[in-house]
Ligand binder design. Structure first.
Ligand code: NAD
Length: 486
């Protein structure tokens, strides 16, 4: 039995390990410390890398059946402990119960579905003279670096493909949400040989040590675009493979033919799911001028009906901002809007004396296209609602960003919806829906939203090296050919 309420330790070489130093984990709804967490030393990272490299020798040769079984058993363990995971996730991350359930049960589903994926070897040529085969071999040790918005799911998005392709992996959760991941590592000790999966906890420096470590072959990173650039720079020192899943500034384009009342719940949750701490949250809502006033009015009404509070309360729909630095960052956007005189259609007032890092749902009425709230990623519940008239112009505005993670288009005229959608520069474009993900659907960003992708066989391939093996069946230097020649 794993105790989810205390004793948070790292998993290194199959052992539970504390550290000389610790740091605090907080409940964002109360600002209270809920745990002390090991702060890994560089020597502990070295131990984890040595164990992962040693484990790789056997794991790379394990059968597909063995790896599939391991991932399915991890899924079983997540499901069996789902109550404990959900409670702890709400406590450390702040997300309400429904969000915690989606993330934890989704993590189990991802394990099972990724376990079904394989990269078949490709027979390029098989003739009387030559046989050429391209195989997909594991890379070695993967370093998985994870943010705080979906700490468990985004760890699984790295663990599952790394393990099924025969790599070993060291996961570093965000220092703001380490607890569930540490417990996941502890549980997996019963499933995986020592060193196949390690979980180390620490601050940003630990991430930097990982990206520079010569014993790690690949970094699978999800986080901020600026951090992604640091990761890329540091990984260059050892030419590590990298997958970077970074920030976004997703536009949603709403056509004139929608029914405002019916569409507003969809648009609201597109923007505010997970309290807008979501890489793929709609961060710019472009509404056609014919329905702008009505959509905005309905958005205001709907916003007022949504309950913000402690995620542990059963009626809460949106939780707090997850951590204090992010809270301060989000407040800057409120202040910037106020300073420039932009109109808050709803929200806008922050009560700094609240017991948690709470921010009200806020809509900004048609701010300028060059404002910070439009051009940057606030990663909090403040959304600019923008007016458009001309189709070519709104497409240009939607694409006028360094980001390219996701986008959505909403309307009854399916031809127009598809025409507009096909011109949006983003890794995923949703048409009349949003936030539909699948283990079999490639997910990643264009432009500065990332490099590479996760999920699907394309994502799986990123955990492998191409390995082309050619055989000349009629070599002229052997005994047989000498005899033949004679
Ligand atoms: P962050 O970049 O601050 O931190 C992410 C992780 O990187 C943490 O574990 C952190 O400790 C570590 N880290 C920090 N500095 C590092 C460095 N120099 N080298 C190596 N590791 C380092 O991001 P965050 O604030 O935790 O997450 C929010 C960001 O993540 C947002 O920009 C959001 O859009 C993005 N995000 C992207 C996706 C996606 O799939 N594209 C998904 C979720 C979140």
């Amino acid at each position: 039995m794993v105790d989810f309420d205390s004793n948070y330790r790292q998993t290194i070489s199959g052992r539970l390990v504390s550290a000389d130093k610790t740091f605090a984990a907080y409940n964002p709804a109360t600002r209270k410390v809920i745990a002390e967490v090991p702060d890994a030393s560089q020597a502990q990272l070295d131990d984890a890398v040595a164990a992962a490299r040693a484990a790789f020798r056997a794991w790379r040769n394990s059968s597909v059946a063995e790896r599939t079984h391991a991932l399915n058993t991890i899924a079983d363990l997540i499901e069996k402990n789902s109550e404990s995971f959900m409670t702890l996730l709400t406590r450390e991350q702040g997300k309400p119960r429904a969000g915690a359930q989606w993330e934890i049960m989704g993590s189990a589903i991802w394990c099972r579905e990724i376990a079904k994926q394989t990269l078949p070897e490709e027979i390029v040529e098989d003739t009387a003279d030559r046989r050429v085969v391209t195989r997909f071999s594991p890379l070695g040790v993967v370093g998985g670096i994870v943010p705080w918005n979906f700490p468990v799911l985004l760890a699984i998005w790295k663990i599952a493909p790394a393990l099924v392709t025969g790599n070993t992996i060291i996961v570093k959760p965000s220092p703001f949400t380490p607890l569930c991941t540490l417990k996941l590592g502890e549980l997996c000790r019963d499933v995986l040989p020592p060193g196949v999966l390690s979980v180390v906890s620490g601050g940003d420096d630990l991430g930097k040590w990982m990206t520079a470590h010569p014993g790690i072959s690949k970094i699978a990173f999800t986080g901020h675009t600026d951090t992604g650039k640091d990761v890329m720079r540091s990984a260059a020192g050892t030419l590590k493979r990298i997958t970077l899943e970074l920030g976004g500034n997703d536009p949603a384009i709403v056509l004139a033919d929608v029914d405002p009342k019916k569409i507003v719940p969809e648009l609201f949750w597109a923007a505010f799911q997970n309290n807008a701490q979501f890489c793929n949250a709609t961060k710019r809502l472009y509404v056609h001028e014919d329905v702008y006033d009505e959509v905005l009015k309905e958005m205001v009404t709907y916003s007022k009906s949504v309950k913000v509070g402690d995620g542990e309360r059963p009626d809460t729909q949106l939780g707090p901002i997850q951590n204090q630095p992010q809270y301060e960052k989000v407040i800057e956007y409120f202040e910037d809007c106020r300073k420039h005189g932009y109109r808050f259609a709803v929200g806008g007032q922050i009560d700094r004396s609240a017991h948690g890092w709470f921010v009200p749902v806020t809509l900004v009425d048609n701010p300028p296209e060059t404002s910070r709230i439009v051009t940057e990623e606030p990663f909090g519940p403040i959304l600019p609602v923008l007016k458009w008239k001309d189709e070519a112009d709104v497409i240009r505005r939607a694409n006028d960003t360094v980001y390219g993670l996701g986008a959505s288009v909403w309307g009854m005229d399916l031809e127009a919806v598809q025409r507009i959608g096909s011109q949006l520069e983003a890794g995923t474009v949703w048409l009349n829906e949003v936030h539909q993900y699948s283990p079999h659907q490639a997910f990643g960003g264009h432009k500065q939203s990332g490099i590479g992708c996760e999920n699907s066989l394309h994502g799986l391939m990123e955990y492998t090296n191409w390995h082309t093996i050619t055989l000349n069946k009629n070599a002229g230097f052997g005994r047989q050919s000498t005899t033949k020649a004679a």
